[in-house]
Design a protein around this ligand. Structure first.
Ligand code: ADP
Ligand code: G6P
Length: 737
């Protein structure tokens, strides 16, 4: 039976060795806590690092470790101390983590760590390959393993691979500073589906793919030569029921059943019934804004001194990545701040901040969530922040206020919380004031909405959505594949070709016979192309036409001496057997003086774009512009033109990075049909790459062999990937084999 292989750096449990024995403790962090629920539900295997280095594991304990992990449906990847240093503490947490969270100044770019990152990613890929069957689904997680998708794809081209990034994907301006930016993108593009928490991360990623790799992106599909990759956002949810059930169970506990922590919290509540608990829970990470929060707390008490002795901040900070210097500095900073603030403000009966620097069992986490009036989370950047969601889920009576940084991914879905900018102390202090004084009905109405959403879009739904999307993507890809002009289909085509009494062959030029060039004049034909076209056009009973949107002057120069048949400017002109071009359609050009100034104004405002003036049409090229900007401008131009040409008989063709305005009665479909009716043909072939070729595909008789170059949506019967494949077809035509 097909299984799902989950792969992440962290496993759901971390192994620890003490007194020669091993124990497994649950991992903290959003990825592990979220995926744990997904993993426990289905037939899956989880591959990851055990949390121990090879040097720390005595040989005799290995079988024990393997069986302990097997109990959790897991299997381990072994890492040496050097690998953990370079891969985990190094490239993952000193380069990618700070960079992707916009802490550019913390990012270190070290070649050694990058090399180790690559080698360790290969180890993870090998671990997958050792366990995976072709029909399995591979789900790779997070920034530590961004090269794994391509490494697996290289060995198993047909396997289904999903990737989810649990942290932000930064804007192109940040991402471009990474020396290995192209390699990282290419690694990720081994996937069939790439998921992010929010639409912003998704669009940043797509923008980097477009700008750095120059790939074609249409909506949220990325077109590679031989595959289409889908990119989408799936905001991760929590195991809502687990948290709300636990909270309910806690609320029904007798005094004896309560934890020590709960008893302490209750005692404080009783001694000062008006006092409010503010709660913050995070890994001790500079992205979480813990130091800022402490400063803001002090500021709040200055601005609203009436709350001295009335509020208490509980900070639970989980030790994290303590080998990385920035984390050590942060630890010192937080220790000092807590010490100073408590030292300055405490009274005999009041300590303003309770600070726990440790991991806590789930049970205590629930005690804290349920006992706190206000959850206060101020990340400076956070991919999602599940703590915010967990807090809301535990509020069984629907009271409680969540103050959340708008820089957390979860802020997108938690509009009913009090959203703050973590750098704005004024706003934070006022939000704390508002939270303390928020009427209960308002708390209930806000939390009702929040809970409903979190309950519906829980972690299970999130994982299912991702998996379904991956399956759909794969199916879509299969459909594409079935329409590929495969070797078998091409053999059948050649059979018809050789047996045909009279053949008609239409060949588009740019993007089909020749690749694109920044300057269209430079995309001239090469010797190989000439000789193939010479061969085909000289075959008896073969009418070969070059059919293009190009102007007749260029084609006269390139091809007239060769006496090829040609249709240019989308069907305005035709030349057969070396004769001068003559008009195939009568077309007007008086509209041009109205449109030209509009296009010029777009050229002025869109660096890199230019106008090509043809005899009967105008083309605005934007191949050399910033890809996002060019795309945006083309949409804008489309709108402007649509209203401008409403009363003229004109149409706008959206080609490959070009928009062309021309008479509506001219198109390649009409032109090719005119030629088709001149003789009796029993073999018709048409190939082209862009939107303008679709007219041909649509209008030619159904039995024609129509072929699209590239994988975009098409009316053609078949597709090939690129111009190289087109040459292969031409060679077979030329050889008649
Ligand atoms: P991140 O993934 O950056 O650590 P999240 O808020 O998304 O941040 O996830 C943190 C996860 O770790 C939550 O599921 C939370 O319950 C868990 N967690 C945080 N602090 C503790 C702690 N002290 N003890 C146990 N679990 C914790
Ligand atoms: C974040 C990351 C996870 C990581 C977790 C804990 O949630 O997205 O990939 O596992 O933090 O960090 P750690 O370094 O301890 O694994």
């Amino acid at each position: 039976m097909a299984k799902t292989i989950i792969i992440s750096n962290r496993l759901p449990v971390q192994l620890q060795i003490s007194n020669g024995d091993i124990s497994a403790v649950p991992s903290v962090g959003g990825l592990a806590t979220g995926m744990k629920s997904v993993h426990s539900g289905g037939d899956s295997l989880w591959i990851g690092w055990s949390g121990l280095t090879d040097e720390e594991i005595p040989e005799e304990l290995i079988p024990k470790i393997d069986s302990a992990l097997a109990e959790h449906g897991s299997s381990k990847v072994n890492l040496t101390e050097k690998e953990v240093d370079g891969f985990y503490y190094g490239f993952s947490n000193r380069t990618v983590w700070p960079l992707f969270h916009y802490f550019l100044e913390y990012s270190e770019f070290e070649l050694d760590s990058w090399e180790i990152y690559k080698a360790v990613n290969q180890k993870f890929a090998d671990a997958i390959l050792a366990k995976a069957d072709n029909e399995d689904t591979i789900w790779i997680h997070d920034y530590q393993l961004m090269l794994v998708p391509q490494m697996v794809r290289a060995e198993r081209p047909d396997i289904s691979i999903g990737f989810f990034l649990h942290i932000p994907f930064p804007s192109y301006e940040i991402f471009r500073t990474l020396p290995w930016r192209r390699e990282v993108l290419q690694g990720l593009l081994g996937s069939d589906l790439i998921g992010f928490h929010t639409y912003d991360y998704e669009r940043h990623f797509l923008s980097s793919v477009r700008r750095l790799l120059g790939l074609e992106v249409s909506f949220n599909d990325i077109y590679l030569d031989d595959r289409v990759i889908k990119v989408d956002s799936f905001p991760m949810g929590i195991d809502y029921k687990k948290f709300s059930d636990a909270a309910k169970e806690h609320s029904q506990r007798t005094e004896d059943e309560k934890s020590e922590l709960q008893k302490r919290l209750d005692t404080h509540k009783k001694s000062a019934p008006d006092a409010k608990f503010f709660l913050s829970i995070d890994r001790l990470d500079y992205t979480k804004g813990i130091a800022k929060r402490l400063n803001a707390f002090e500021y709040f008490l200055k601005k609203y001194p009436q709350y001295k002795e009335k509020v208490r901040l509980i900070i639970l900070a989980v030790p994290s990545r303590s080998n990385v210097p920035q984390y050590q500095l942060l630890k010192r900073e937080v220790d000092e701040l807590v010490g100073r603030i408590n030292g300055e403000l405490s009274t005999v009966s009041w300590t303003p901040i309770w600070y726990f620097y440790r991991s806590m069992p789930f049970d205590n986490l629930i005690d804290l969530y349920t006992s706190s009036d206000i959850a206060w989370l101020t990340p400076i950047r956070d991919g999602m922040n599940l703590v915010a969601k967990e807090y809301i889920a535990t509020r069984t009576d629907k009271t409680g206020v969540l103050i959340l940084s708008e820089m957390a991914g979860s802020a997108n879905e938690m509009n009913e919380s009090l959203l703050i900018n973590p750098n704005n102390f004024e706003q934070i202090a006022d939000s704390l004031f508002e939270a303390i004084n928020m009427p209960e009905e308002e708390q209930i109405s806000r939390n009702t909405l929040l809970q409903k959403r979190l309950e519906r879009y829980n972690v299970e739904k999130w994982a299912n959505d991702f998996m379904n999307s991956l399956v759909n993507q794969k199916e879509k890809d299969q459909t594409y594949r079935s329409r590929r002009l495969s070797v078998d289909i091409m053999n059948t085509v050649m059979n018809s070709y050789t047996n045909a009494k009279r053949r008609l062959v239409f060949l588009d030029y740019d993007g089909t016979l020749a690749g694109f060039h920044n300057d269209p004049q430079k995309a001239s034909p090469d010797e190989e192309l000439y000789s193939l076209l010479d061969e085909i056009s000289s075959q008896p009973n073969t009418d070969m036409y070059l059919i293009s949107g190009r102007d007749k002057e260029t084609f006269t120069k390139w091809f007239l001496p060769k006496k090829y048949n040609m249709i240019v400017e989308h069907g305005v002109w035709i030349s057969q057997g070396g004769e001068e071009f003559r008009m195939l359609e009568t077309v007007k050009k008086d509209w041009m003086e109205k449109i030209l100034p509009v296009l010029e104004s777009f050229v002025d405002r869109t660096p890199g774009s230019f106008i090509e003036e043809k005899n009967y049409s105008l083309a605005w090229h934007y191949r050399n512009t910033d890809p996002d900007f060019g795309q945006k401008r083309s949409v804008e131009l489309n709108t402007v033109l649509t209203s401008l040409i409403a009363n003229d008989d004109l149409s706008v063709l959206n080609g490959n990075k070009v928009m062309e305005i021309k008479s509506s009665n001219v198109n390649k479909g009409r032109a090719s049909m005119r030629v088709y009716t001149e003789h009796e043909y029993d073999f018709v072939f048409a190939i082209g790459d862009d939107w303008t070729d679709e007219f041909m595909f649509q209008e030619l008789p159904e039995e024609s062999i129509t072929v699209k170059v590239g994988r975009q949506k098409t009316q053609a019967r078949y597709f090939v990937d690129n111009t190289k494949n087109v040459r292969e077809i031409l060679k077979r035509f030329a050889d008649k084999r």
